[in-house]
Design a protein around this ligand. Structure first.
Ligand SMILES: Cc1cc2nc3c(=O)[nH]c(=O)nc-3n(C[C@H](O)[C@H](O)[C@H](O)COP(=O)(O)OP(=O)(O)OC[C@H]3O[C@@H](n4cnc5c(N)ncnc54)[C@H](O)[C@@H]3O)c2cc1C
Length: 379
């Protein structure tokens, strides 16, 4: 019998399962498809711990904590798996195209500097000098030198290897159907391949964490579709991650350019739309004509787990032994190591005695009622 069942093999479930196994726990990871094939590989891999954080507070602190952890987390995963994960501190330059955007970002720059974070303001001419692929009418650039990017697809491949090496039992193509609860205490999970018993279950089901049929556990998470396009271009065409109001571009070291993205409420539909792809390309063309030198490679869409509270949902529920690690929305790649560390700490420390640790301040505790939880799946 596993000590801990982690449901969902995205970056959050995998990072947590590996961390718990490293702490000596017997962990089973339950994934209905292949590991990491949903939002975690659809993502762009931008590690933005300040550029798109609109206000100071616990969420900023949590992002900063994740950013501090990233280099050593990646080094450890690279050492243990022998894989290269493409972590690069390229910085992000945000392009203000209108006066309103410039004012908004100047305000962000001021409060972030007061918090000791580095932000530079570049003139339009300085943007074109430092990022020659930008040739549109840019009013100002705001440069965040401490932001990074990671190859999230390579990271997911490494995480599953690391999970197995740490002793996690990885069950792919296994759908969790119902979480079993008796007298207010979790008992395990009914899956498509039978019943799994465990005193601790973690819901890390990404966009699927909050399905209505989860029943009494109110998990306010829903999918927010993001469409992405990939092109092949000359290496270092873009030197930084470049973002603007309606589009962004991230270039990997092999020349691949990832161009994104939409944020849409389209239910669990992952289809690409002409409107979505056109909107992204139009947003990009406003600041750069460089895609003319590139060839189209691929396009896809993924579902971000959007939490209606605006924060990740991370912590225990009122059902003893049942935890949540969901709702990371646009920051799940960045927040994975900090989420794993925090939640593994809570689980190991609480040891399922009532009145244990409180959830981390940058996150939200979701209360559930003490009864069976049925899950239905929108495939
Ligand atoms: C286009 C796009 C761009 C993004 N860019 C960035 C970025 O640059 N930086 C960043 O930090 N974040 C980014 N994100 C957000 C990030 O991808 C997510 O926050 C993160 O991947 C969420 O991870 P997760 O493990 O919670 O969810 P997922 O990766 O979706 O994993 C959930 C898993 O649960 C499984 N599952 C579902 N139901 C069941 C079931 N019943 N039984 C078993 N398994 C089940 C699914 O198959 C899936 O593998 C982006 C997202 C998108 C879509």
């Amino acid at each position: 019998m596993a000590e801990i069942l982690v449901l969902g093999g995205g970056i959050i479930g995998c990072a947590l399962a590996e961390e718990l196994a490293r702490r000596g726990r017997r962990v089973t990871l339950v994934e209905r498809g292949g590991i990491g094939l949903e939002a975690s590989t659809a993502a762009a891999g931008i590690l933005s711990a300040q550029m798109d954080v609109p206000a100071p507070g616990p969420f900023l602190e949590f992002c900063q904590e994740a950013r501090r952890m990233y280099p050593s987390w990646i080094r450890r995963l690279e050492r243990s798996t022998g894989l290269r994960l493409g972590l690069h501190r390229d910085g992000i330059v945000y392009l203000a195209m209108t006066r309103a955007e410039e004012t908004r970002m100047a305000h962000r720059m001021r409060w972030q500097r007061r918090h000791g974070l580095r932000v530079e303001r570049w003139s339009g001419a300085a943007v074109r000098r430092r990022e020659p692929a930008v040739d549109g009418p840019v009013r100002a650039g705001f440069f965040f030198p401490d932001e990074s990017q990671v190859d999230n697809q390579a990271l997911m491949r490494a995480l599953v290897v690391a999970c197995r090496r740490a002793g996690v039992r990885v069950l792919e193509h296994t759908t969790a159907r119902r979480i079993l609860v008796r007298r207010g205490t979790v008992q395990g999970v009914v899956t498509s391949r039978g019943r799994l018993q465990a005193p601790v279950v973690v819901n890390a089901l990404g966009s699927w964490a909050g399905l209505r049929a989860l029943g009494p556990v109110r998990v306010p998470v829903e999918p927010a579709r993001g469409q992405m396009l990939a092109f092949a271009g000359p290496p270092r065409l873009f030197r930084h991650v470049v973002m603007a109001e309606r589009a962004y571009v991230v270039q990997r070291r092999d020349g691949r350019l990832l161009v994104g993205s939409t944020v849409e409420r389209a239910g669990f539909e992952k289809a690409l739309t002409l409107e979505g792809m056109h909107g992204i390309l139009d947003g990009l063309r406003r600041f750069s004509s460089a895609l003319q030198q590139c060839t189209f490679l691929d396009a896809w869409a993924g579902l971000r787990p959007y939490s209606r509270t605006g924060r990740p949902l991370l912590g225990p529920t009122r059902v003893r032994g049942l935890y949540l690690a969901a709702g990371h929305f646009r920051h799940g790649i960045l927040l994975a190591p900090a989420t794993a560390q925090r939640l593994a700490g809570m689980i190991c420390l609480r040891n399922h005695v009532r009145g244990g640790t409180r959830p981390h301040a940058g996150t939200e505790l979701v209360e559930s009622e003490q009864q069976s939880i049925d899950i239905t799946y929108c495939q």
